[in-house]
Design a protein around this ligand. Structure first.
Ligand code: NAD
Length: 957
């Protein structure tokens, strides 16, 4: 264990290697991974070791044997066996040492309802099978008596997230229903069999659901008077003291005690990384002494409230253990009225000491297969290796006794004040290297009731504004015209979202003329002034973000998270381009004696912005803000499916103080108003995002010189994709299934970045496909304004018809593995997740963009084959790779030809500044939205050189 602890890079590499090991069945793969992980210059391993790795012919079998033995030893140390029988042997040996147990069946990631059923089944079976065996044990006063009466023999620990695959912090009620449907039978079986069940606490995102679920189920008539049940609470959370108080209050009202297992918390790294990545307040105490102090406060609270609650003091920390003993004595608690708990394989000398002192000590014993057990094992190793861990500081030989002194922080901080709505806190590295001062707008976390209520209130407010009329904006005047575009809710087509005035050719001419007039003053303003206008617009949008998101729900059929992400992206574009414009505005100089050189930019002139409907706010805002901040004036022709959101954004810009004529708003049919704009001789550029067919048509039209036109029109075109995710033979399949599902079916597959091809390498095809099908089948489909739904409708009737047509065509030639029928959902344009299996790489299914929830799965024997299939496309937008082979990851980075490549994560959701977005081939002209060189496309570069030498005299530099 020592090297893990002492060398950071070896520790990381070692943990990563351990993580992939259970997936390496064959020796060749194991050896190859050994070489890839450990024969690297970065690690500086001793030369003899590296030399052995390089001679696999001689040392290979030895290395394989040693690694497998090491793995066995590790699992043996922290896990109580692979099967119930092995676990039985473990708990029997604990009992011989006067120690109790709590069994936990490993299996954390549940991606489908079928897997959740299986997890429930395991627990029910375990209770049935093991209880009679335990009854034969001779009684042990210390362990078998609770409060002087006979207590349960079988103790179980349970992760409720494994009981429901669609758990969703947004949908607390639905999640509780989903979990309790499977939890209730387990609890009833436990009660019948006199077993004890403790609910584990997991990631912060699920805390509210877990606590509420616990309280809800235990108030049900069949369970309200049952006391053999408990829940873990984590002292590393800033909110834990408040939660403990609420739990005590609840237990008092219930009238029957429950046990609280007080732990510090095992997801420290995870919670910190996720919060920092997302720009959220870190929910846990960041310094170990703060957690220690919180643990002690919670401990005192709990022990003081015996018998309302019983306490399981789950810690390996000597100071906490000692404090518990002292407090128990102070409160007059005897053995049997509280207990200690420790983890199997951790701090064994401490375990023996506590047991020798006569206390009741229960050991948490996880058991199960190696693959589902990996997450647990890695958590234990991380804990053992963390330099903040008490095990390292307190139990090792060299601990500093001062570490055991009272923790410096003893006052509780109001946690809620630190987690303000949508505030960006401590998100180091989120784009700051790319552009100083820029931070991505954090998404709503949705795990706080206030956030959800704010969002729900915005939906209600917007609902009351549906059906309004929206005018054109030409030269600062609002114009209603004779014809309108009716925007309808795709989830409920009878609902009119808004009636937007439609322009005609005459309006186009007036708008271009007005934009040309406005260009004179607007282009003369400095970049900085224009940038400040963008920043003001960002601030205004930020204030109204929930309302704008609600409009997306009604007009574009986006679910809550998708809608929120689109609005934050729009804010990001405004913030990012404003800063970049300021940066560009200063230009560049290179002065020599007698010669001044200036390099700068000039705006192009009048432009047209043509966005698609699928990111109706973000893409519109991105193209529009880039165009105007650089000094151009524009005419916006919104998509006819989402003109209301566009109208509202243009209105917001004008409210912000945008001069009349800088942005004209001209809704209308693409083929008439759109084309008229593109052909117009006074238009200088077209910023377009949409389909390949329309994009290439615009490029063609724009390339023709109209009479009187003295410039070449520039076209910035972002187009379609047929994006693939390759899953390598050593990939983490839990991650891969979740990532592919999110990429393929998020927003109903209607993202240009969506995954529509999945390529599975090696022999895992059937297993992975099966899991994927079940995961897709489990997704909740319904009205997008209901927060529990994962999928809403597709954008319009024509889209639904087109997608269903493609499915019909596809099933004539390829096996349809899944098509979820949506007829029950209502009159909306719903299409369920659809998966085709063993799709030929040349077929239409694998080559044509369908732009809906349709996934083609393909098989490849090798990574060579997989890459060839992935690159065999006329598009090159996004791509993904799930793998734990460092060499394969490097290779894919080089050879996968896409604009945006994602490794071991979903392929949608690019963030401004962090993942500049855009593709090549027929996916686009190669520009990168939200990237460092995007603005230059809206500018003409120019150089000014002045000879400052006059009669041999030059000003000094
Ligand atoms: P679309 O091409 O049908 O329409 C896009 C826009 O072009 C709309 O505003 C439409 O009114 C307008 N338009 C249509 N015909 C026109 C014409 N002849 N002249 C001028 N304008 C015309 O695309 P869509 O259905 O709105 O969006 C879906 C497509 O967009 C998909 O192909 C998707 O991959 C692509 N997309 C690409 C990106 C990217 O960044 N690469 C992002 C989002 C969407």
């Amino acid at each position: 264990m020592r090297p893990f602890i002492e060398d950071e890079s070896f520790r990381i590499q070692g943990l990563r290697f351990i993580d992939v090991l259970p997936r390496l069945d064959d020796d060749e793969a194991l050896l190859r991974h050994c070489q890839e992980y450990f024969d690297t210059d970065a690690l500086r391993l001793p030369l003899p070791f590296r030399w052995c790795l390089r001679k696999p012919g001689i040392y290979g079998p030895l290395i394989v044997q040693a690694v497998r033995r090491f793995m066995g030893m590790l699992s043996g140390q922290f896990m109580g066996g692979a099967t119930p029988d092995e676990a039985m042997t473990t708990i029997e040996s604990l009992r011989r040492r006067d120690m109790g147990f709590s069994l936990d069946i490993l299996g954390e990631a549940v991606v489908s309802e079928r897997e959740a059923d299986a997890y429930q089944e395991h627990y029910l079976k375990l209770i049935d099978e093991i209880t009679p065996r335990l009854q034969q044990w001779p009684s042990l006063q210390r362990l078998d008596k609770v409060d002087g009466t006979r207590g349960p023999r079988l103790y179980l620990s349970l992760k409720v997230t494994s009981l429901y695959s669609q758990i969703n912090p947004l949908d607390v009620r639905g999640s509780i229903e989903g979990i309790s449907g499977r939890l209730r039978p387990i609890l009833l079986a436990a009660r019948r069999n006199r077993a004890f069940v403790c609910i584990d606490m997991e990631q912060y995102a699920f805390k509210e659901i877990i606590l509420k679920c616990f309280k809800t189920v235990l108030m049900e008539p069949e369970l309200v008077d049952w006391c053999d049940v408990g829940i873990a609470m984590q002292a590393y959370l800033r909110e834990s003291e408040r939660d403990v108080k609420e739990m005590i209050e609840w237990a008092r009202e219930r009238g029957t005690p429950v046990t609280i297992r007080l732990v510090r918390g095992a997801y420290w790294d995870f919670e910190t990384v996720i919060a920092k990545q997302q720009g959220w307040a870190v929910p846990i105490w960041e310094e170990k002494p703060q957690t220690d102090a919180c643990y002690e406060r919670c401990l005192a609270l709990l022990l003081a409230h015996y018998p309302t609650v019983r306490t399981a003091v789950a810690t390996h920390n000597i100071r906490s253990l000692a404090l518990a003993m002292v407090l128990a004595e102070e409160f007059g608690l005897s053995v049997g009225q509280f207990e200690f708990q420790m983890l199997f394989g951790m701090a064994e000398s401490l375990q023996s000491a506590i047991s020798a002192l006569g206390y009741c000590l229960r050991i948490y014993v996880p058991f199960g297969e190696a693959i589902p057990g990996m997450a647990y094992l890695v958590r234990r190793l991380l804990e053992n290796a963390s330099n903040q861990s008490f095990l390292q500081m307190g139990v090792s030989q060299e601990y500093d006794p001062d570490e055991l002194l009272p923790p410096p922080c003893t006052s509780a901080v109001d946690a809620t004040s630190a987690v303000a709505l949508g505030t960006s806190v401590g998100n180091d590295g989120t784009g700051s290297e790319l552009l100083p001062g820029f931070r991505n707008e954090p998404l709503f976390r949705f795990n706080r009731a206030e956030e959800r209520q704010q969002f729900a209130a915005a939906i209600d407010e917007v609902r009351s504004q549906l059906g309004e009329a929206y005018p054109l904006f030409v030269n600062g005047s609002a114009l209603l015209t004779g014809s309108t575009i009716e925007s309808r809710n795709p989830a409920r087509p009878q609902e009119l979202v808004g009636a937007v005035a439609a322009a005609d050719a005459a309006h186009v001419d007036r708008a271009v003329e007005g934009a040309a007039a406005a260009f004179i003053d607007w282009s003369a303003l400095g970049m900085e002034q224009r940038a400040h206008l963008l920043l003001r617009a960002a601030a205004r949008l930020r204030k109204r973000r929930a309302r704008f998101a609600a409009w997306e729900i009604f007009e574009a059929g986006k679910t809550w998270r998708e809608a929120d992400a689109n609005v934050t992206e729009a804010i990001d574009f405004l913030e990012y381009y404003a800063r970049q414009a300021i940066h560009l505005g200063s230009g560049g100089r290179l002065d020599l004696p007698g010669e001044q050189n200036f390099f700068g930019f000039r705006p192009l002139g009048v432009g047209v912005v043509i966005p698609p409907w699928n990111f109706p706010l973000a893409i519109l805002t991105g193209m529009l803000s880039a165009a105007i901040v650089t000094g151009n004036t524009v005419i916006v022709k919104p998509s006819s499916q989402t003109p209301v959101i566009a109208a509202r954004f243009v209105r917001l810009l004008h409210e912000t103080g945008l001069p009349a004529g800088v942005v004209q708003f001209l809704p209308g049919a693409g083929g008439t108003v759109g084309e008229h704009l593109v052909r117009h001789p006074n238009v200088h550029f077209i910023a377009f995002t949409g389909s390949e067919a329309v994009g290439t048509r615009i490029i063609e039209l724009a390339s023709k010189l109209a009479p009187g036109q003295h410039h070449i029109k520039r076209v910035i075109a972002e187009m379609g994709g047929k994006n693939a995710i390759i899953v390598d033979s050593d990939a983490d399949l839990d991650d891969a299934v979740v990532g592919v599902i999110r990429s393929a079916f998020g927003y109903q597959g209607q993202k240009c970045s969506a995954c529509s091809r999945m390529i599975i390498v090696g022999t895992q095809y059937d297993e992975l496909l099966e899991r994927l099908i079940e995961a897709a089948r489990s997704l909740k489909i319904g009205m997008p304004e209901e927060p529990g739904n994962y999928m809403g409708p597709v954008i319009e009737a024509a889209a639904r018809k087109r997608i269903l047509g493609a499915i019909e065509q596809g099933r004539k030639v390829v096996r349809l593995a899944l098509h979820v029928e949506c007829s029950v959902v209502g009159s909306g344009y719903f299409v369920g997740p659809t998966i085709f299996s063993r799709v030929p790489p040349d077929s239409d299914l694998a080559q044509k963009e369908i732009f809906g929830p349709v996934l083609s799965v393909m098989e490849a024997n090798t990574l060579d084959e997989a890459l060839a299939i992935a690159n065999h496309s006329s598009y090159a937008l996004t791509g993904g790779f799930y793998s734990r082979s460092p060499a394969n990851i490097e290779r894919v980075k080089r050879e996968f030809q896409v604009g945006n490549l994602y490794i071991n994560r979903p392929i949608t959701g690019a963030l401004v500044g962090r993942q500049p977005f855009g593709g090549f081939r027929l996916s686009g002209t190669g520009s990168k939205a939200g990237g460092p060189d995007y603005l230059q496309q809206f500018l003409n570069p120019c150089t000014v050189t002045e000879n400052t030498l006059r009669r041999g005299f030059a000003p000094s530099l």
